[in-house]
Each structure stands twice: as structure tokens, then as C-alpha cells.
Design a protein around this ligand. Structure first.
Ligand code: GDP
Ligand code: IMO
Ligand code: MG
Length: 433
């Protein structure tokens, strides 16, 4: 029986997962998202056009492939509908090849109000959430209060919806807000709710499935499946820099619960990382740069959030974090992104260890949020060359190869692909899979 391959981010999100899923899709029959929701922004570029996906898997541009939104994902129907309409305008009709788990939970308009209220209430200690309602919706899921996609077609849907919404409004009041304290996507609550409710019709017309059966039967039939992660391992609810994390398991373990496949069915694990690091939102970032080098990474790498447009914080490659992520995920292959962003640097640095109170460690400390960490940096010579047009590993400058060798040596994981531009065609294959 085939196994399910996994592709996920090893840093703080935005590693370039969308591009690589699109590149790898021709090798698979099904692409399946297993967690997160519209907090994700996955960018794909080909034929000179850029596409950003939030809820829909990144295999959607390959007409003959199936795309599944698993039970572990959160769906916001209004955003989902907008995404479908944007794809339709580009000539992509999702009717035939998009499937949604009936068990996926719904983000209600009032969840988004609560997300905004929680963040405002926290003030300076806010998480920097994407304000898509992720935290409150997963909270309701765990509290056994949530509504699921399959509920939309149930007889008592309205009753269930109103009951949950009313409980949210009471919570909002207790935080000192009213149902109209915040605009959502530029709309007041009533207008937004009207659009949200109307969008349920679009959702109901999509192929709603029991995705755990769909995927396990597909594996039995010899189909090849790639699970697409959202966010990154350092934003994982259990292992990230809690509480500055998202509310789901972003690591390989999340594939089992988010799609209903057993651990014994996990195959290759592709860990995607940038050649440097970025983070958007609050929370610790040991290698963060506050100087010209950080600005240069942001400018050259166009490091602005795909979902929120916020500038991303930038810093050098963080090896303790990368090793941690490889360990947690069982990464079998690394995929190194945005190496071209370092073209202009005379010298490139890599953080090999953390120094905490004068003691060096290669482990992520429990109190990451409160201790003072100095990154122990090692310098590498830059290549100061444009990498455009380089299509094989052999043709890469020796300094790039040394940088890659070092990462492979330290992590013990081979690099399978190297990405040199946002475009799907600029992807170098180092080892055949
Ligand atoms: P994701 O959330 O992991 O899918 O990543 P995002 O799409 O949020 O962010 C990655 C950004 O980097 C997008 O703007 C991509 O178009 C861009 N990108 C991906 N790979 C490369 C690369 O190799 N070089 C450059 N310069 N940009 C890249
Ligand atoms: P992709 O899939 C980068 C961050 C937010 C915030 C924290 C919690 O595109 O890599 P949430 O809205 O989930 O409650 O926000 O997590 N965050 C991301 N950062 N890429 C993402 O997704 C992210 N999704 C959430 O900025 O710090
Ligand atoms: Mg992103």
C-alpha cells in the first residue's frame, strides 16, 4: 500500500510551501490540507502570474488532480467563496476536483469578532494573530461546542448557529466589547454576517466527503497523496514558542489527526525552510536582525505577509530551531527556499548554537520567551552572483554548495530541492525522489 507523503514548514511559516506543493503536484494524485485555515497564505507563481491560496490546497491549478480539505482544517465560508470566485476568474473551476471534509470546523463571524477582541484585550502582549478567527474556532472545537461543515445541511442548523453566536456575543460583552466593536474585512457585523450566511450555499455545493475514508481508500487503490501543511513547526501549538503560536499541530503528527491516516502510513516528510528565517506576528526570534541586513532580506525577499500584508521580521538561519523541527517531524528531505535572496550578501551568517547566560546550547529552551538569547553565529562567504538560469545543482557556485553541505551535515538530512525564485520553473532538483 502507498504511504502518504507530507510537506510542511520548518520555521515560522511562509517558507514557500505553496510553491513547492505546486511543483510536486504532478507526482501525486491527491493534495490534502490537514490543519490551519485562512490564516495561511500560500503563493504560487507560473506563466508570470502570482496566485495566493488560503484554504484551498496548492494542487488546485492541476486540473486532473484531486484536492482535499481535511477534517483538521478550519473553513471560513465567506473567504472560501472569495477564493473560489478568484480561481474561477482565472479559469479554474473547483467543482470537479475539490473535496471538503464534513468534519472540518466552521469559523463563524462571531469567532472573528472574538479573535479581534482577544487581541485588543491583550494589548501589547497580543499574539499578532491574522484575525481570521483561528484561536476561538479551535477553542470551540476542543470545548466540543463547534459547528462543522456537515452541520450546514442539518435540520436544526439555524438553531445551532444562533446558540453558538449568542454565546460568543455574551463572551464579547464580558470583555467589554459589543457585536459591532470591530470591522471585519471592512464590513460591520451585520453586513459581514449576511455575506457569510450567503456563502454557505457555495460551500454546500462543493463535494462534501468523509475525507478519512476517501483518503484511506485512495491509498489502498494505489493513489499517491501529498499532505500540505500550513504555518510552520515553530508555530505549533505544543512545540512552538507558546503562547506566540497558532492553535493547531503544524507538525507531522497533525497529518494523522487532521486527515485520519495512521502513523504507519506516513511516507516521506519534506521539510521546507528558507535559507534564512522570517517571522510575522509577535514572539521570540533568536536570530532576528534589526539592521541593514534584515532590511535587505525584507526588500530583496519581498517579505510581506501573503495574508495580512504585514512586514515580516527577518534574520539568519537558526540551526537549533531547524534541528528541533527535523526531530519533531521526522524530516526525510529538506527543501531549501529563497537561496537567491542571499545573492547580494558579501557574508552570510548561520546561527549554530544559542548562548544563554554565557552557556552555549543547541536546544530550544522551555523559557524561550523570557530568556535573553545571543545567537552564536558562524560566517560563510557569499557568492555575490545572480543564480538566474541555473537549473542543475552542479552549476551552483561553490559557496552555495558549501552552505547546503553545512546544513545537510548539521541536520543529518539531505537537501532534495533548492528554489531560486518564486516561479515554479526555478527549482533545482538535487536528489531524485
Ligand atoms: P508559504 O506560506 O509557505 O506558502 O509561503 P508564502 O507564499 O507565504 O511566502 C513565500 C514567498 O516567497 C512568496 O512570495 C513566494 O512567491 C516567494 N518565494 C518562494 N520561493 C522563492 C524563492 O526561491 N526565491 C524568491 N525570491 N522568492 C520565493
Ligand atoms: P502560512 O501557511 C506565517 C502566525 C500569525 C501569528 C500566529 C497566530 O502562510 O505559512 P493565528 O491567526 O493562527 O491565530 O496567528 O501565527 N501565522 C502565520 N505566520 N505564516 C502563516 O501561514 C501563519 N499563520 C499564522 O502571524 O503570529
Ligand atoms: Mg504564507
Amino acid at each position: 500500500m502507498n504511504k502518504i507523503d507530507v510537506l510542511l514548514g520548518l520555521q515560522w511559516g511562509d517558507e514557500g510551501k505553496g510553491k513547492i506543493v505546486d511543483v510536486l503536484t504532478p507526482r501525486y494524485d491527491i493534495i490534502a490540507r490537514f490543519q490551519g485555515g485562512p490564516n495561511a497564505g500560500h503563493t504560487l507563481e507560473f506563466n508570470g502570474i502570482k496566485h495566493v491560496l488560503h484554504i484551498i490546497p496548492s494542487g488546485i491549478f492541476h486540473k486532473e488532480k484531486q484536492n482535499v480539505i481535511g477534517n483538521g482544517v478550519l473553513i471560513e465560508p465567506y473567504i472560501f467563496e472569495k477564493e473560489i470566485l478568484a480561481l474561477r476568474e482565472k479559469g479554474v473551476d473547483v467543482k470537479e476536483n475539490l473535496f471538503v471534509s464534513k468534519k472540518a470546523h466552521l469559523i463563524l463571524p462571531s469567532h472573528r469578532m472574538l479573535d479581534a477582541a482577544n487581541e485588543t484585550y491583550k494589548g501589547v502582549s497580543k499574539i499578532g494573530s491574522t484575525l481570521k478567527g483561528i484561536g476561538p474556532t479551535y477553542t470551540d472545537k476542543i470545548a466540543r461546542l463547534g459547528l462543522r461543515v456537515g452541520d450546514v445541511n442539518s435540520k436544526d442548523w439555524s438553531k445551532k448557529y444562533i446558540a453558538l453566536k449568542d454565546s460568543h456575543l455574551r463572551l464579547l460583552n464580558s470583555l467589554g466589547f459589543t457585536y459591532n466593536s470591530f470591522q471585519i474585512d471592512g464590513l460591520n457585523f451585520d453586513d459581514y454576517e449576511r455575506k457569510w450566511l450567503r456563502a454557505l450555499d457555495t460551500l454546500a455545493k462543493i463535494n462534501l466527503i468523509d475525507s478519512e475514508y476517501f483518503l484511506n481508500e485512495a491509498l489502498k487503490d494505489g493513489k499517491k497523496i501529498l499532505a500540505e501543511g500550513a504555518q510552520g513547526s515553530m508555530l505549533d501549538i505544543d512545540f512552538g514558542s507558546y503562547p506566540f503560536v497558532t492553535s493547531s499541530n503544524t507538525i507531522t503528527a497533525g497529518v494523522c489527526s487532521g486527515l485520519g491516516v495512521s502513523p504507519s502510513k506516513i511516507g516521506n516528510v519534506f521539510g521546507v525552510c528558507k535559507a534564512y528565517c522570517t517571522r510575522v506576528g509577535s514572539g521570540p526570534f533568536p536570530t532576528e536582525l534589526f539592521d541593514k541586513d534584515g532590511d535587505k532580506m525584507r526588500d530583496v525577499g519581498r517579505e510581506f505577509g501573503s495574508t495580512t500584508g504585514r512586514p515580516r521580521r527577518c534574520g539568519w538561519m537558526d540551526i537549533p530551531a531547524l534541528n528541533y523541527a527535523c526531530m519533531l517531524n521526522g524530516v526525510t528531505h529538506l527543501i531549501l527556499m529563497k537561496i537567491d535572496v542571499l545573492n547580494a550578501f558579501k557574508e552570510i551568517k548561520m546561527c549554530l548554537n544559542y548562548s544563554i547566560d554565557g552557556v552555549e546550547t543547541n536546544k530550544i529552551p522551555y523559557d524561550l520567551n523570557s530568556v535573553e538569547i545571543s545567537p552564536v553565529l558562524k560566517n560563510y562567504e557569499g557568492w555575490k552572483k545572480n543564480l538566474e538560469g541555473i537549473d542543475t545543482y552542479d552549476k551552483l557556485p561553490s559557496q552555495v554548495k558549501l552552505y547546503i553541505d553545512t546544513i545537510e551535515e548539521i541536520t543529518g538530512v539531505p537537501v532534495a530541492f533548492i528554489s531560486t525564485s518564486p516561479d515554479r520553473k526555478d527549482t533545482i532538483c538535487k536528489i531524485q525522489i
